[in-house]
Design a protein. Sequence first.
Lengths: 142, 142
Amino acid sequence: MPRLEESIGFLLTDASRLMRRSFEQRITGSSLTLAQARALAHVARNEGCRQVELADQLEVKPITLARLLDQLEQAELVERRPDPDDRRAYRLYLRPQADQALDDIRTAGGAMLAVALQGFSEAEEDALASALRKMRSNLSSR
Amino acid sequence: MPRLEESIGFLLTDASRLMRRSFEQRITGSSLTLAQARALAHVARNEGCRQVELADQLEVKPITLARLLDQLEQAELVERRPDPDDRRAYRLYLRPQADQALDDIRTAGGAMLAVALQGFSEAEEDALASALRKMRSNLSSR
DNA sequence: CCATATAGTAAGCAACGCTTATTATATGGA
DNA sequence: TCCATATAATAAGCGTTGCTTACTATATGG
């Protein structure tokens, strides 16, 4: 009988929760949560995209993304501009302050990972990243 | 410039969120959340332990665990018994229905992992588990 | 015996994510 | 052209997780 609490499922949630804790402790400057940071990073890679597209990418419901964008807009990091071709839709753009926030995210994330990945070889890091990408793809609803 | 949104940090949170979604869709029978399931699994491995010990193991605050235990107690899966040697403390025990719930957790978790780990060799699974354990240990507050 | 520490809980907060429903706008037939 | 249907975004409201702060009751050590 395998130890249930040491299964990959629980290990992954443990690592994820500890990572979030570490990240949010380090990013006190920008006071972003991990979910907000993630949304911001995706806007940065997809400037001009619509919310429904981004929600699909992030694999959350549109309303969940809308709330995240409310926070990012209030922090003046992201801007919703009306889509000229579809009056129902917005297109998403970075505001000037976003560059600084993205830097902060990189810094906090880097510091967190430096701790989390202590003792990992580069090959181990690559294997981990690759495994996680594969899992994400396997679990994707698309 | 590495792709921020593909860093191990975000990959891990993605995989974790998708896993939780998949798990909670599959365990409709017992209607447990992943966090409750995790707490239950730890009670099973540590019957008779005190809440403060379990909270420490789970790396959550005692009050966070207390809420989880409220839910598990209401579901008649876990029982708080007064510690005979310390009138401030409880000791935690499984109720009879817990066996069935733990089976359900194994089943739902197994089905979820079967999807999540499609295309993984046994060696890759082991490497992933080992990497996650190392990360957890590196990020542990203890 | 008293100061301090510890076990557990209460109250209240914020984030995340959801379901369901609503509004406004697009779009594809008849 | 018009209408039925679909789509983009949001509103309202819920449950879960996890936290901080503060409290009560009990242990424990000097």
